[in-house]
Design a protein around this ligand. Structure first.
Ligand code: C2O
Ligand code: CU
Length: 456
């Protein structure tokens, strides 16, 4: 189906409004992974059969305050085993939701209780971490917002989830998961980019908005700009930047987030517009309508958000350096790789659904990429010897990029490494356990791009 993305704007107001969940849930609440019907495509199309948390897509926005503990019991009513990963939250290892590394997958009919102490404030999200290339593409994700104890002064706090659907003529999800052509290239791209705004609201000229954007797509990198509002970027991947930054086009690899604080400049009857930029065309994918004028024309400077209690590195001279070479994929010239402990030719790897390697190994290796001690500073040099970009995500802690001049970038949990590029990250290994490190282009992850670190 070729959906006209411009039609989407008309459809926005018809989206299911997701009620905000109240404060401090002390008793565990059930979150049920199950099938449901949702309005994904414009109104002129039928509803889409999805898999979602509590049967909706996105799942319910979880909202709590820094310092609280959120408890959720996952009930699996899907036809496949599943688990939930709390992306970007620095949780205890056994709550991280990675089958095969931190827990057993929850079977159909089964349950698992997650207890999530919220160390950091910011914009996070949750999603399936089992057969995720299929389960996330079918809709198993939601926003997880942790409010600061003293939040910045804004008039609206708006979450925008950017997703990419592969829909057929009938607006149903195309059931072609595992297609090797997608896995060996840039991943399973959709044909319909959808931005979900929550809450649906109207705003006034001069009002100050906090906009939290999350790329929940399995594989698509999104280039996004905001029109009709002016302001600063205040956080990447849930972590405040030290100095609010100017921005124009924002680049979101899969799983990346940004928090913006902007003042509405659009006039009444106009809109704040979210525009997706592709190679030759741009599309308005969401609009927040402006319905009048607010009073104050000057809200004062946009200040930095309070920092989270994460170690922030100034210097990495004492770091343990770990190389990570990425190989494989189409046009990558991979000759062989190790899978399940066996050296295989590329053809044999493809028989196993594998085509990408980290340091010569496809799939989760027997031994960790590095076994380090608590408190060690770890520096990973990622060398991308493939002709595709990769969105590398580390579980359990945020990292900083080591820039070519040796200085350290902002805290992030996912970083894009472009084709034929080397990028370095560093972090303090202060969260004990076994932590996954993988490409968040979920097709690439499924086809080999994952490893792990052990922190003892
Ligand atoms: Cu957002 Cu390993 O995941
Ligand atoms: Cu990748």
């Amino acid at each position: 189906m070729k959906l006209n993305r411009r039609q989407f704007v008309a459809g926005t107001s018809a989206l299911i409004a997701v009620p905000t969940i109240g404060r401090a849930a002390t008793a565990p609440r059930i979150i049920e992974a199950r099938s449901g019907l949702a309005r994904v495509a414009p109104d002129s199309y039928p509803e889409t059969e999805i898999w979602g948390y509590d049967g909706g897509v996105p799942g319910p926005e979880i909202r709590a305050r820094q310092g609280e503990t959120v408890r959720r019991t996952l009930l699996n009513s899907l036809p496949q085993p599943t688990a939930i990963h709390w992306h970007g939250l620095r949780v205890p290892n056994n709550m991280d939701g990675v089958p095969g590394l931190t827990q057993e997958a929850v079977q159909t009919g089964g349950e698992f209780q997650y207890d999530l102490p919220l160390k950091d404030a910011g914009t996070f999200w949750y999603h399936s971490h089992n057969q995720s290339t299929e389960q996330v593409a079918r809709g198993l994700y939601g926003a997880f917002i942790v409010e600061e104890t003293d939040p910045p002064d804004t008039d609206h706090d708006i979450t925008i989830l950017l997703d990419d659907w592969r829909l057929g003529q009938d607006a149903q999800i195309v059931n072609d998961f595992g297609a090797m052509h997608d896995w060996t290239h840039a991943g399973r791209m959709g044909n319909y980019v959808h931005a979900h705004i929550s809450p649906m609201t109207e705003v006034l000229t001069n009002q100050r908005l906090r906009i939290r954007m999350v790329n929940v797509a399995t594989d698509r990198i999104m280039y996004v700009s905001v029109g009709g509002a002016n302001g600063k970027l205040v956080a990447y991947d849930g972590m405040p930047v030290r100095q609010p930054e100017d921005f124009e086009t924002l680049v979101f690899g899969p799983a990346q987030r940004a928090d913006l604080i902007v003042d509405v400049t659009a006039e009444s009857n106009e809109a704040v517009q979210i525009t997706l930029h592709e190679r030759d065309e741009s599309f308005v994918i969401a609009e927040i309508p402006v319905s009048g004028s607010g009073t104050s024309a000057n809200r004062g400077v946009i200040e930095a958000l309070p920092p989270n209690p994460v170690p922030f590195l100034e210097d990495v001279s004492d770091a343990l350096t770990v190389p990570l070479v990425m190989e494989g994929g189409a046009m990558g010239g991979l000759r062989q790789g190790t899978y399940n402990g066996q050296v295989m030719s590329t053809n044999e790897l493809v028989q196993e659904g594998q085509i990408w390697t980290f340091n010569g190994v496809a799939g989760l290796p027997e031994n960790p990429l590095a076994a380090v001690s608590r408190g060690d500073i770890v520096r990973i040099q990622m060398q991308n010897d493939t002709v595709f970009p990769h969105a590398m995500h580390l579980h359990g802690t945020h990292f900083q990029e080591v820039l070519p001049n040796g200085s350290l970038g902002p805290l992030r949990d996912t970083i894009l490494v472009d084709r034929i590029e080397t990028r370095e990250i560093a972090f303090v290994a202060d969260n004990p356990g076994d932590w996954l490190f993988h490409c968040h282009m979920l097709s690439h992850q499924a086809a080999g791009m994952k490893t792990w670190l052990s922190v003892a």
